[in-house]
Design a protein around this ligand. Structure first.
Ligand SMILES: Nc1ncnc2c1ncn2[C@@H]1O[C@H](COP(=O)(O)OP(=O)(O)OP(=O)(O)O)[C@@H](O)[C@H]1O
Length: 517
């Protein structure tokens, strides 16, 4: 329990950092119809409407006011707002509008996210709005080979083509092909370290989505590296004419002319930052890594965490040996809707999906989704789930962050989430964008108290008891014993194959796991 407190922090204690104690209340905004958002570029308004959006959500209006409205992005912005509340557009729209008047193409906005799936999802949002104002969006996520990625991000310097060209000109020549880059930390570092012409010198905006997760892992020190590369200490923005008179370099971007306080009178262009999460950390030591400039917190609700308004939470109490059967009965009950099942580990997901595979005639299609699978397998599985070809996806917390799947009605915690944050992100895959959804959590008797206490840390987290009919469980019992036997045999044979081949990927994950009912 002490560890849990360390991870989550006491829910109701006032934050240590004074600026976190006086947030802007996102709930004070009601959201507004697209045409009424002040100063929104008409081309962007049209693009947003083409996305099917009629009104902006409160978090989007609040962020707009701070970035484009009177706030003018003078302070770095931190957003703590529930899952599915529309945080992506809350940053994408102002960033695109702010860059829409740029004259020369430089990499000016960087969005960093923890996983490739999430980054590609965010890129889709930028792709829907940025081109209408002439901006180009790139991704550095490792979806394609590094060579393909490099050629999509930077041009070859003209000097490579015309060796006699003036060196001064070459230095000034912008090589980037993109204005906005959506990246995962690993690939970002690859480009920083190895890609000729890839530069963060002109970066004006840094967006860190899923911030608490991003700060938990160092990811090859990407954050200090980015901050260091964008500080202009020692960087000479000036040019000198033949008489030695100082001129401004004609192609230098003045990022933001704000002078950072406490910088001993030196003025350097400020990199404006925005950080977001549904469970934003309040830990000063973690937040200090961001070097935020007079940060302003935009927060939803009174408590530190909030569960989406239309999410219903249920708990199912059952003995561990009957858990697979209760799950099958529950899935039969929920049949006809997409459902995500979360387990505590990849091994547990693999075990569960293998076991379900030995039950014949299940009335739903299911599949495993695990980081141990090949990337291509995972992508196909997720696509099939999105398309409705698979009803149930079984996986781990890798699926819990940020992923949006249209029409996902149900989330099941097959294993109890260890922290309230984990619950929020798992459950938050449903009840998104104002839709309804339910989250079921399987508990053993002794876990109930801990679970109830954990949920109390979040706003709007009442949880009812749900039970599945015992007769339905009993009818499955005869198949269960033979399925368990087959499971043990299957796992043993996989382990034997693995030790023979020294293969780290379980052979089961290479097989097609989808039952073809
Ligand atoms: N103004 C809007 N009107 C209708 N739908 C919207 C609006 N803004 C965003 N959406 C939709 O809401 C869904 C959730 O948005 P988004 O993924 O940005 O949420 P989020 O707050 O980032 O969630 P998470 O914390 O889980 O990452 C998306 O499908 C998006 O298209």
């Amino acid at each position: 329990m002490a560890r849990k407190e360390a991870e989550d922090g006491p829910a109701d204690r006032a934050p240590h950092l004074p600026w976190m104690r006086y947030p802007v209340d996102i709930d004070a905004f009601s959201g507004c119809p697209v045409p009424q958002l002040p100063r929104l570029d008409p081309r962007l308004a049209e693009a947003v409407q083409r996305m099917g959006i009629k009104s902006f959500f409160p978090v989007q209006e609040a962020a707009w006011v701070e970035m484009i409205g009177p706030g003018a992005f003078e302070r770095d912005v931190c957003i703590n707002s529930p899952t599915g509340s529309g945080k992506t557009l809350a940053y994408a729209l102002p960033i695109v509008q702010m860059l829409s008047t740029r004259k020369v193409r430089y990499l000016r906005a960087l969005v960093v996210l923890p996983t490739r799936d999430l980054a590609l999802q965010v890129k889709e949002v930028f792709d829907a709005i940025a081109p209408v104002v002439g901006l180009s969006v790139g991704s550095a996520v490792g979806q394609s080979s590094i060579a393909d990625e490099v050629s999509s991000l930077v041009r070859k310097p003209k000097q490579d083509l015309y060796p006699t060209i003036d060196e001064e000109y070459v230095k000034m020549e912008p090589l980037t092909k993109v204005d906005i880059l959506v990246a995962t930390p690993g690939r970002l570092m690859d480009h920083i370290n190895m890609t000729n012409g890839f530069s963060l010198e002109h970066l004006q905006y840094l967006i860190i989505d899923e911030t608490d997760r991003m700060l938990r892992e160092a990811y090859q020190s990407w954050l200090p590296t980015v901050i260091k590369l964008t500080h202009s200490i020692g960087q000479d923005h000036s040019w000198h004419d033949t008489d030695g008179k100082t001129l401004l370099h004609p192609l230098t971007t003045i990022r933001r002319s704000g002078v950072e306080r406490g910088f001993k009178g030196k003025c350097y262009p400020r990199l404006a930052k925005m950080v977001l999460s549904a469970t934003l950390t309040q830990d000063p030591s973690k937040l200090s890594q961001l070097e935020l400039h007079h940060p302003l917190l935009l927060n939803s609700g009174k408590k530190r965490y909030r569960i989406p308004t239309k999410l219903e939470s249920y708990k199912l109490i059952c003995k561990s040996n009957l858990k697979p059967l209760s799950l099958i009965v529950l899935l039969q009950e929920l049949q006809g809707h997409k459902c995500l099942v979360f387990t505590s580990s990849v091994e547990s997901s693999h075990r569960l999906s293998t076991l379900l595979g030995f039950f014949e005639d299940l009335p739903f299609k299911f599949s495993e989704y695990s980081r141990l699978q090949r990337e291509s397998t995972r992508r196909k599985t997720l696509e099939a789930f999105k398309e409705g070809e698979i009803d149930v996806l079984i996986g781990t917390d890798r699926m819990a962050r940020g992923i949006h799947i249209d029409g996902l009605r149900y989330v099941i915690n097959y294993d109890m989430p260890p922290y309230v944050k984990t619950y929020i992100h798992r459950a938050g895959r449903t009840a998104r964008a104002g839709e309804s959804g339910s989250c079921f959590t399987f508990l053993r008797k002794h876990e109930v108290k801990t679970f109830d206490k954990m949920l109390k840390k979040a706003d709007n987290a009442s949880c009812s008891l749900h039970s599945v009919p015992e007769e339905s469980i009993e009818t499955l019992c005869p198949v269960f014993s033979s399925a368990l036997k087959k499971l043990e045999e299957s796992l043993e044979s996989e382990a034997a194959k693995k030790s023979n081949s020294g293969d780290k990927i379980p052979s089961g994950s290479k097989r097609k796991r989808t039952n073809q009912k």
